[in-house]
Ligand binder design. Structure first.
Ligand code: ADP
Ligand code: ASP
Ligand code: MG
Length: 409
């Protein structure tokens, strides 16, 4: 008998009808003779609703209170799913993050998993129970406070449980039937991939393809857990996220994605002397603000502009912090721009093909899309552009690199 970890996202548990459907899929696995741990998200729209309640009180809310509020969404789902299973005659138990020993650090609203003790899970599985675990939440033992793992964090809960409990595969059930070459809601011609490497999936997820949270892919890669992305509504083969193989390298671009949840900050007329960049970014790091792309202009008369991107959720805090930093270092102004998007192409085949960046820039230029920032790695190229061109950019890049095939010049 093997252990299966299943995860169902918000849309998949969005109504009572759907929860009953999920219960049937879970029960089927149990009937096949597996031990089953199932992780669920909050019902569709619930997390957004809870965040809005908090924002109504104060847009600069305390992340600790955020975690207290948003973690309730998952608790409703686990209770409902466990009850649905019980009403079908199955022995199930709902468990919160703290109850399964989901230990995290104390970075409220974006906590990282430190370990999963899993004692309670082992005990309940030994009794033959189906464990229904709340996704997205954990506990910071130093304070005993509830934490959450960042938006989309239930994927990470599931894969981390699979790793800790030594399950070979983690099944992620969602509202699409796999990972596509682009978001199928934006690009009608997007193709479903049979499999994709951890590295590519990690880039796609970090760059905006929300089908999997990027940390879940990190866990899968680190602990060798295969992740199977499947539809919760239809029984169809999905996409396997796994180790890179030879076939994968033949494809130059395996995915195109965009991320609108980005914002840009520019600190103008920063004195150009050693230690300044360190001073700025150390202060932001201290405040737990993750910085992504950074651009520093050529200096004129000993002054330079520094621009960088942060997650939109951090923009108010980042802006306030930069105002203080600017004053301390003698910079003249801080500007923020929330109307940006990052558009990216990803593929392990880029490692062995030249000219991909040029082809990407040319495609954007032909469509009159101005590039504000660029960043590259071995297997991805990202450009920051005006948010209003985000969907157009994804479509034209998909057309260029996926639909037209793999030539680059
Ligand atoms: P869940 O609620 O199940 O966690 P999400 O909404 O977080 O589901 O993720 C699934 C969504 O991800 C899909 O509905 C799809 O619109 C979006 N998506 C973005 N990029 C991709 C991609 N490359 N392949 C598949 N889905 C994608
Ligand atoms: N409910 C959380 C969110 O909406 C976590 C998740 O769905 O994975 O972000
Ligand atoms: Mg999700």
């Amino acid at each position: 008998m093997s252990l299966i970890v299943m995860k169902f996202g918000g849309t998949s548990v969005g109504t009572i009808e759907r929860i009953k459907n999920v219960a049937k899929r879970v029960a089927k696995k149990k009937d096949e003779g597996h031990d089953v741990i199932v992780t669920v998200s909050a019902m569709a729209g619930e997390t957004d609703r809870l965040i809005n309640l908090l924002k109504e009180i104060d847009p600069k809310y305390d992340p600790r209170e955020y975690d207290m509020v948003v973690s309730t969404g998952e608790q409703v789902s686990i209770g409902l799913l466990a009850q649905a299973l019980k009403s079908m005659g199955y022995d199930a138990i709902s468990l919160t993050g703290p109850q399964i020993g989901m230990i995290t650090d104390g970075a409220h609203s974006k906590a990282r998993i430190v370990e999963i003790t899993g004692e309670r899970l082992r005990k309940e599985l030994a009794k033959g129970k189906i464990c229904v675990v709340a996704g997205f939440q954990g506990i910071f033992p130093e304070t005993g406070d509830i934490t959450t793992l960042g938006r989309g964090g239930s994927d990470t809960t599931a894969v981390a449980i699979a790793a800790a409990m030594k399950a070979k595969v983690c099944e992620i059930y969602t509202d699409v039937d796999g990972v596509y070459t682009a978001d199928p809601r934006i690009v009608k011609k997007a193709k479903k991939l049979d499999k994709i490497s951890y590295e590519e999936m990690l880039e796609l997820a970090s760059l905006g393809a929300k089908v999997l949270q990027s940390r879940s892919v990190e866990f899968g890669m680190k602990y060798g857990v295969d992740i199977l992305v499947l539809s919760s509504l239809e029984e169809k083969p999905g996409t396997l996220v796994t180790k890179e193989d030879k076939d994968m390298e033949k494809v130059i671009v395996s995915g195109v994605t965009s991320d609108k949840n980005q914002a840009k900050i520019t600190i103008t007329e920063v004195p150009d002397r050693p230690g300044i960049a360190a001073e700025i970014f150390e202060e932001l790091a201290k405040q737990n603000i993750n910085v992504d792309m950074i651009v520093q202009n050529v200096s004129t008369a000993g002054k330079t502009d520094i621009s960088f991107t942060v997650a939109q959720t951090d923009i108010l805090r980042a802006f306030d912090a930069c105002k203080i930093i600017a004053k301390n270092i003698g910079a003249s102004n801080v500007l923020s721009d929330e109307n940006i998007a990052k558009v990216s192409i990803v593929g392990v085949g880029m490692k062995s093909h030249a000219g991909v960046a040029a082809a990407m820039f040319k495609t954007l230029a032909e469509n009159n899309i101005n590039i504000q920032m660029i960043s590259t790695s071995e297997i991805k190229i990202s450009c920051v552009i005006d948010e209003k061109f985000s969907e157009l950019a994804v479509r034209v890049l998909h057309e260029r690199f996926v639909e037209e095939g793999d030539h680059v010049s």
